[in-house]
Design a protein around this ligand. Structure first.
Ligand code: CP
Length: 307
């Protein structure tokens, strides 16, 4: 297939074929990170800006590493060190950056729709690095890449997504992606953290975590989004971790070859125990490794032209 999108704004609008095309492209990039010289000239002469209004360890670093491994020039801008603190609007910041002719801007913002707004006013490719509680498309793509790598398929998987679903852009993007495949998705968490009508997205809701993880191929844990008021939805962190924190006894109810995923950052001892996070079924650091290959693929498809 031929890629003809300027931007990557969300999973919702992608077809299954486009998702598979990104994953297949990422496969071909994964080896580059294992070489002694981890660099190819594919994006030489291109410029990628990361514009982050929220903190990030994985997304920003892996986009920068992905761009550098493809020989693009990279510039990182954080809200705290930009003219945002002097009152500049996102629109003005974007127009100013656009004047310096970048090829792609990766944006993370607390406002849902911020990347979509940017994509309408600038010619550079816009990549959504997470917009509020809306979408985190590159996370879902690296999650699907990891599922396919570990399980050999996506169709047929039972995926349990557990935690603060009401505030999770990772959960939304994963649900949008997984429902394009023949998967069974079970969401679990306290009733206050399960949005009304979640089933309308094509998932099952099961408040009992023990039932949610039963025979699961994949267990995806979510963090309580403290920065979006998540803690006010539960009586206490202690009660939450007692009922919804993933422990060995839950993992034993899943399939024998279950994989445990977490997008990070993890709150160890809250949604997941050390024993599970560092245990034999955990693929949490494989997700991070795969994030580089998936983001290389996305940059290549969006700004690589016919390279
Ligand atoms: N998964 C994820 O988005 O992590 P960061 O917030 O560290 O980028």
């Amino acid at each position: 297939m031929k890629w003809d999108r300027k931007d990557l704004l969300g999973i919702q609008e992608l077809s299954k074929e486009e998702i598979l095309f990104i994953l297949d492209t990422a496969e071909s990039f994964k080896d580059i990170s294992k070489r002694e010289i981890k660099k190819v000239p594919t994006l030489r002469g291109k410029t990628v800006i990361t514009l982050f209004y929220e903190p990030s360890t994985r997304t920003r670093t892996s986009f920068e590493i992905a761009a550098k491994r493809l020989s693009a020039d990279t510039i990182n801008i954080s809200a705290s060190t930009s003219s945002y603190v002097k009152g500049e609007t996102l629109k003005d910041t974007a127009k100013n950056l656009e004047s310096m002719k970048p090829d792609a801007i990766v944006i993370r913002h607390s406002m849902p729709g911020a990347p979509h707004m940017l994509s309408k006013i600038i010619d550079s490719s816009v990549i959504n690095g997470g917009d509020g509680a809306h979408e985190h498309p590159t996370q879902a793509l690296l999650d699907l890449f990891t599922m396919r790598e570990k399980k050999g398929k996506i169709d047929g998987l039972k995926v349990a997504i557990i935690g603060d679903l009401s505030h999770s852009r990772v959960a939304r993007s994963n649900i949008f992606a997984l429902t394009k495949f023949k998967t069974e998705i079970v969401c679990s968490g306290p009733p206050t953290m399960i949005p009304p009508h979640l089933e309308d997205l094509g998932v099952k809701v099961e408040y009992d975590i023990n039932k949610a993880v039963l025979d699961a191929d994949v267990i995806m844990m979510l963090r309580i989004q403290k920065e979006r008021g998540g803690v006010s939805y539960i009586p206490s962190i202690k009660e939450y971790s007692t009922i919804y924190g993933l422990r060995k006894e839950h993992v034993e109810k899943a399939k024998n070859d279950v994989i445990i995923m977490h997008p990070g950052p993890m709150n160890r001892g809250v949604e997941i125990t050390d024993e599970v996070a560092d245990g034999p079924y955990s693929v949490i650091f494989d997700q991070v490794e795969n994030g580089v290959a998936v983001r290389m693929a996305i940059l290549f498809l969006l700004i690589g032209g016919e390279a």
